[in-house]
Design a protein around this ligand. Structure first.
Ligand code: SF4
Length: 368
């Protein structure tokens, strides 16, 4: 299962057992330029941005993920996902909450856009912090952490809202929770008769695959039906360790999907996207969605004109297995919209116009 995918090695002085221990990885995370030097040679712009931006959006990387970086190339697609750059300061149009999630929250950290399902941001912590994160406003921020009584308030809301049949546990990352806390939370959700499925949104198979232990898989198996979507963005993230984590989850009967973000210089060319999608299929992970990068603060340098995304996905059609091609979507405050006919209604100047599932028109700023 893991054959053909490269394996990472611990740096000098770190044992294999430590490297494969997710708690060790969490303790040993890179948090400043000096620690980054153990994995890469930071350029002046990275050093400056770490200093200027660390307070605005956390700079934290697991040693495992840092080991995937090209030490010499600041344009490395792994490095650009997690190391700050001064371009983040040049995004006047970017918004803190482009999907208006706060306005869609009946109780803290429960986001309801559709009648029958919710995103429940149970945890505001992640193993690392991605520079393009949609929930920058909240991840790692103590004010957004869910206290026990707030989790209970959210569960009580779900209990008294019988239309909710599908609960996505997200964050932050729900799998950063301890096994005990997850067992409690899943047990509570499973005791609500109208909750038919629980979905997990987690980047840990990508950023900290050692978290996917046999114990965790046994725990999840006890609460089926569980579905899981992860978030690989580049073929270099497809390692032997990631493949092992996905294999464990698959063996526990959990259907796996991938949600990537289309980003300039990371995966916005057909060969890279195809290698990513075909590698995911080899790992038995279905490429599910590829998101158009949102109008999110500090991310203008990642955004791609919609027409380029359309051309990219069109070029994959007929050149790889149909189920290896994700659906290219734009998330809007009205819900996700497939970027294809008839939902994509065209361009008006610097804006693109799309139609949501219920017929509302959304205007997304997206200069060419
Ligand atoms: S792992 Fe997900 S939630 Fe966490 S910082 Fe990255 S994109 Fe955001």
């Amino acid at each position: 299962m893991t054959s053909g995918f490269p394996k990472t090695s611990p740096p000098e002085g770190v044992t294999e057992a430590e490297w494969r221990d997710w708690r060790w990885q969490m303790r040993a995370r890179v948090r400043d330029a000096a620690a980054l030097e153990g994995f890469a040679d930071p350029v002046a712009d990275e050093r400056l941005a770490i200093e200027q931006l660390a307070q605005r959006f956390h700079f934290v990387i697991t040693p495992y993920y840092a080991a995937l970086m090209d030490p010499q190339d600041p344009d490395c697609p792994i490095r650009r996902q997690v190391v700050p750059r001064s371009a983040e300061l040049q995004d006047p149009a970017g918004l803190a909450d482009p999907l208006d999630e706060v306005a869609h929250s009946p109780v803290k950290n429960v986001i309801r856009v559709y009648p029958d399902r919710i995103a429940f941001c149970v945890n505001n912590e992640c193993a690392l912090y991605c520079r393009f994160c949609l929930r920058k406003r909240m991840v790692g921020e103590p004010g957004w952490a869910m206290k026990q009584r707030e989790l209970e308030t959210a569960l009580a809301w779900i209990r008294r809202t019988p239309e909710i049949r599908d609960v996505l546990l997200t964050g932050g990352d729900p799998l950063v929770f301890s096994d005990d806390k997850l067992a409690w939370l899943l047990g509570e959700l499973r005791s609500i008769p109208h909750v038919e499925i629980v979905r997990l949104g987690t980047r840990l198979p990508v950023t900290l695959p050692f978290r996917i232990t046999d114990d965790l898989c046994r725990l999840l198996e006890r609460h089926h039906p569980i579905w899981l979507n992860t978030h690989f963005n580049h073929p270099r993230e497809l390692t032997a360790e990631a493949a092992e984590a996905c294999d464990r989850l698959s063996r526990a009967g959990i259907p796996l999907g991938n949600q990537s973000v289309l980003m300039r210089g990371i995966n916005d060319d057909p060969d890279t996207m195809r290698a990513l999608c075909e590698g995911l299929v080899r790992m038995r992970v279905r490429p599910y969605y590829c998101y158009q990068a949102q109008l999110l603060e500090g991310t203008a340098h990642f955004r791609v004109p919609v027409e380029e995304g359309l051309a990219l996905f069109r070029s994959l059609r007929g050149r790889t297995s149909g189920f290896a091609i994700p659906q290219y979507v734009l998330d809007t405050p009205y819900g996700k919209v497939p970027l294809q006919h008839p939902f994509f209604r065209g361009r008006e100047g610097d804006d693109v116009i799309v139609e949501s599932f219920d017929g509302r028109l959304w205007r997304e700023p997206n200069p060419r």
